[in-house]
Design a protein around this ligand. Structure first.
Ligand SMILES: Nc1ncnc2c1ncn2[C@@H]1O[C@H](COP(=O)(O)OP(=O)(O)OP(=O)(O)O)[C@@H](O)[C@H]1O
Ligand SMILES: [Mg+2]
Length: 556
């Protein structure tokens, strides 16, 4: 083990080589040395004193040392196999933040040719070892750029597995990504590469975001709205497709639509989505509502004018869109405000000078109230139903809302989440949250002496939410949607008695119909009329079918 003193790099030109320099007497560290997390290429230089290692500013910043500090340094021998970099992804930015800010302010950008830059990198940094997270400066056409190694792919290692560090060779290929707001545009990049930095993390977990039971819907949202935007323009052009510019999330109240709106921004890189709420946009002053809608699109419009198809994606989330997009002519307020707002929205997404850089996501629990025109292809064309959660979904939601208390050991051991999920049929996400809150309130109430609120002593460690609390909560919180099985039970008070073979056959046929709707994708809807004289048991049969059906939405 050796400690070397950190010195400054002998010259600016040498700083750009990304090598470290030592005195010829310290040649044990030549050609590679491990310093902190990094492996650097080391060369002897006469201007460096014995016992010193000269590092440039970027390296010192990465290693968190200043000149004069002692730094641990070990000779490094590159592994003989599986160490050549097959590919690297590098993120580019200007070394001087001012440069980017000035260009951005002027609405301009610096063009970087991917093929030329790759050639420079190979010439300058051949045989250097790069570690993920490492940064280095490179000169391209008179500008200094800083690149960050985002990932490396080592030749010979199973494809798809990324490694921590690798040797840059003449065979290494590069994928460049411009950092957000960097005012850099990369051209001439092979079209097979994807614009992978639209999303923050490559795999996100909805459970971590606190959204339960909506994985399938999310997959749909992302496939329909974002997959075409991840690919470079050239691919999309060759496929001859148009990006989806609008989508509608609809479903009963409390199923998590607003929650999705709040969380979508956390999954995406770059611009925060604009979230507005229908009633908020409406104004009682003449023209103000239209102005509000116009303002919503102003940023997207400005950027589209300046950058055209290279503009970033602007996401506008319109919660409770039914408040503004009521069917035209349906309101008799006489002002025509709704009509002109609908028209305004339509021109932005589908008009003559429509914007191509926006995604409008509308949310509503009253899809039937919306103007048909706004739901047509090219407009809010993708409709995704956010329905009541199924059993697995309810389980996830219960876990999300009880995770804090279970982490902190406030959740009793006798609470069976799976059992609760089974018994909360027809509950929406919000109602499940309400159920948990109610159970907690029962647990807390046990600690409180309501007769004597002033002399209260709370024993924090003894607060435990137990199965019995959830039992009482189940009695208190009732699902608003679909009749609960109780209502149906009342329709066949003593169960159902089979009067004979004809009834059996009928019952069997009806069950088959229910099963068909439940299982098959092709028949989402079936209607059936039970006909018979008064008191023959039509309602009782229907109730029996409903109770046995396992579907989570029933209405009587
Ligand atoms: N799928 C879910 N996962 C986790 N929590 C949920 C889920 N659905 C609802 N909730 C809880 O219920 C609350 C209310 O839901 P939210 O406001 O998103 O419903 P909504 O669909 O927008 O209803 P509305 O149609 O009435 O506007 C959320 O803040 C969240 O705590
Ligand atoms: Mg809502």
């Amino acid at each position: 083990m050796a400690m070397l003193r950190v010195a400054n790099c002998p010259s600016q030109d040498l700083a750009l080589t990304n090598a470290a320099f030592v005195n010829a007497a310290d040649d044990a560290f030549v050609p590679y040395a491990e310093l902190g997390d990094l492996v650097l290429f080391v060369k002897p230089h006469p201007d460096v004193e014995r016992g010193c290692v000269a590092l440039n500013g970027v390296q010192r910043k990465l290693l968190r040392v200043s000149t004069g500090d002692a730094l641990r340094c070990e000779p490094f021998t590159p592994p003989a196999t599986q160490f050549d970099a097959a590919g690297m992804t590098l993120e580019l930015e200007f070394t001087k933040l001012r440069a980017a800010a000035d260009l951005n302010a002027a609405g301009r950008h610096e063009q970087v040719d991917a093929v030329q830059l790759a050639a420079i990198l190979k010439r300058t940094f051949a045989s250097q070892v790069f570690t993920v997270g490492q940064k280095a400066a490179v000169e391209y056409c008179g500008n200094n750029f800083l690149f960050t190694v985002n990932s490396v792919l080592v030749a010979g290692v199973q494809p798809g597995v990324t490694s921590l560090r690798a040797l840059l060779t003449p065979a290494t290929s590069f994928v460049f990504e411009a950092a957000h707001n960097s005012a850099i545009k990369i051209s001439n990049q092979k079209t097979s590469t994807v614009n992978s930095n639209l999303f923050k993390t490559k795999e996100f977990s909805f459970e971590k975001l606190g959204i339960g039971g909506l994985d399938a819907q999310f997959e749909n949202i992302f496939r329909r709205a974002f997959s075409s935007r991840v690919f470079p323009k050239s691919v999309v052009q060759r496929l001859g497709i148009q990006h989806v510019k609008g989508m509608l999330l609809h479903g009963p109240p409390g199923t998590g639509k607003t929650l999705i709106a709040r969380q979508i921004g956390k999954m995406l890189n770059g611009k925060e989505p604009k979230i507005v709420n229908g009633p908020e946009v409406m104004s009682k002053y003449v023209g103000q509502s239209e102005e509000n809608v116009r303002a919503l699109f102003a940023d997207a419009e400005a950027e589209y004018k300046a950058k055209g198809d290279d503009s970033d994606l602007h996401i506008i989330i319109f919660d409770e869109i039914d408040a503004v997009c009521k069917a035209r002519g349906s309101t008799n307020s006489g002002t025509g405000v709704h009509d002109s707002i609908v028209n305004q929205l339509l021109t932005k997404i589908d008009g003559v000078d429509a914007l191509n850089n926006i995604l409008l996501i509308g949310m509503t629990n009253r899809r039937d109230m919306l103007d048909e025109a706004i739901l047509r292809p090219g407009r809010l064309e993708v409709h995704i139903e956010i329905g009541l959660p199924d059993e697995a979904g309810r389980m996830q939601i219960l876990k999300i809302h009880s995770s804090k208390m279970s982490e902190n050991e406030f959740l009793g051991k006798d609470v069976n989440i799976a059992d609760l999920a089974r018994r909360t049929k027809n509950f929406s996400g919000a109602e499940i949250e309400g159920l948990v809150k109610s159970a907690v309130s029962f647990a807390l109430a046990r600690q409180v002496d309501f007769q004597n609120l002033s002399a209260m002593e709370i024993d924090e460690d003894n607060v435990k939410v137990q199965a019995a609390d959830f039992e009482r909560a189940l009695g208190e919180v009732q699902p608003a949607f679909g009749a609960s099985t109780g209502t149906f039970e009342r329709c066949r008070l003593n169960g159902i008695i089979s009067p004979g073979a004809r009834f059996e056959k009928l019952h069997h046929t009806c069950r088959a119909l229910v099963e068909q709707v439940r299982v098959s994708e092709k028949t989402p809807m079936l209607t059936c009329l039970l006909e018979g004289s008064a008191g023959s048991g039509k309602t009782a049969l229907a109730a029996t079918l409903a109770i046995g059906s396992e579907v989570s939405f029933m209405k009587l």
